[in-house]
Design a protein around this ligand. Structure first.
Ligand code: PMP
Length: 424
């Protein structure tokens, strides 16, 4: 692992222009934000679905394919060694980004969905027994529900859900008071992609551990917006996707405690994850490669590495302050739109706003807003159990990032008023 550490040290964090006071210079890093949609400047308010990519990421991926593209690990030629250094360098970068103790604890996947499937299949298959309980919350994304249903059915385990308070938060005292001793793992989102609620993963981990259970944190929504430190969060597994973190689609991360990952059987079989292959049986590679079968998305990892540098250049402080201030503005603008009801009003929340509006179907609202150049999402947001709890078939969702502007938030409010006049 000495080589991985060396490569990481060689990667330099680039200086960005003074962005502290200048949103325009940040926006200029994102070429797509200059687009016009239906004759209006694009207001991209769909960051929870996927983020846009800065030039730093686009150019890093371009540079990889222009000058270093080769397959990794098995190659002795120069390009192969450079591509391998890119891949392992990105791993070291991610490890530092989330405060992992060892690079080997970082497994590259295609994204949050694959990361959770990996844990559910591998850990679940090996360690869940009949009658065991998997504890989830009512605000989980389908990616953190269905993989557990699949393994529960195979192992005879069952799924139990933590109910939500009226504001869309979880009452941790109730979680503790109603603890089922057969619970083996708690699977909870760090930030809800519908309600915006930020869950206290540290406390949930403490509760789980006090009862001998593990905790998997779905950080798909939190990773782009706040500093993650797996030590401070206290979780056992953490999953996130590159594409929501300003990096390309197709690359993601599973972090797990080393001892757990060591004890887990491989998830997918194929090239690179083996030590030796016989006709009947095989032996497996060390961590992290045991879980990385087949040719991976090296270009994606290069992009993820560049995205992490980009975030480093901006700083979490900047991102946090910008998004908190935009979020406050959005709350006040949406609060003034008569007939709009917001789903999720927890005190700890990110800048994700799902709402129902004056009996207008969310799809009609989204289409109307698109005509005005505003990109929002409408649907069940891959959270159908939560939709049923909210008693709505779908919601409209606006989700912000640090590059959004107060003016875009005002445009959203004005366009919603116009939609009301149009439809009602
Ligand atoms: N969990 C949450 C909370 C999400 O918001 C998403 C993406 N909408 C996912 C999981 C799945 O992420 P991906 O599609 O990148 O695997």
């Amino acid at each position: 692992m000495g080589t991985i550490a060396m490569i990481a040290n060689a990667l330099v964090v680039p200086e960005l222009p003074d962005v502290e006071s200048n949103v325009a210079s940040v926006r200029a890093r994102f070429p797509i934000l200059a687009r016009e949609i239906n004759g209006h400047p694009l207001a991209y308010l769909d960051n929870a679905a996927t983020s846009q990519k800065p030039l730093e990421v686009i150019e890093a991926v371009d540079g990889f394919y222009r000058s270093r593209n080769a397959n990794i690990h098995r190659s002795l030629h120069t390009l192969g060694e450079e591509a391998t250094a890119d891949w392992e360098g990105a791993r070291a970068k991610v490890a530092r980004f989330i405060g992992a103790r060892r690079n080997e604890e970082v497994i590259f996947t295609r994204g949050t969905t694959e990361s959770i499937n990996l844990v559910a299949s591998s850990w679940g298959e090996a360690f869940l027994k009949e009658g065991d309980v998997i504890l989830l919350t009512m605000m989980e994304h389908h990616s953190n529900i269905v993989p557990w249903q699949l393994v529960a059915a195979r192992r005879g385990a069952s799924l139990v859900y933590i109910q939500l308070e009226a504001d869309g938060s979880i009452d941790l005292e109730k979680v503790e008071a109603s603890w089922n001793p057969r619970t083996r793992i708690v699977c909870a989102t760090h930030m809800s992609n519908v309600l915006g609620t930020i869950n206290d993963i540290r406390r949930l981990s403490e509760i789980a551990h006090a009862h001998g259970a593990l905790l998997l944190a779905d950080a798909a929504q939190s990773a782009p917006h706040m500093r993650l430190d797996v030590g401070a969060l206290g979780c056992d597994f953490l999953a996130f996707s590159g594409h929501k973190l300003y990096a390309p689609m197709g690359i993601g991360v599973l972090w797990g405690r080393e001892a757990l990952l060591e004890a887990m059987p491989p998830y997918m079989g194929g090239g690179d994850m083996i030590r030796s292959v016989g006709l009947e049986t095989s032996t497996y590679n060390d961590l992290p490669w045991k879980f990385e079968a087949g040719t991976p998305d090296v270009g994606g990892a290069v992009g993820l590495s560049a995205a992490i540098d980009f975030i480093g250049g901006l700083g979490w402080d900047y991102i946090g302050r910008r998004e908190a201030s935009l979020g406050r503005r959005a709350l006040s603008v949406l609060g003034e739109v008569r007939g709009l009801s917001l789903h999720g009003t927890a005190r700890d929340r990110g800048a994700v706003f799902s709402f129902s509006f004056a009996d207008i179907h969310p799809h009609d609202i989204a289409q109307f807003l698109d005509r005005e150049g505003l990109a929002v999402r409408a649907g069940h947001h891959c959270a159908q159990p939560l939709m049923r709890l909210l008693k709505v078939p779908a919601t409209t969702r606006a989700s912000l990032a640090f590059w959004n502007t107060e003016e875009e938030v005002e445009r959203l409010g004005a366009a919603l008023e116009a939609a009301k006049r149009f439809y009602l």
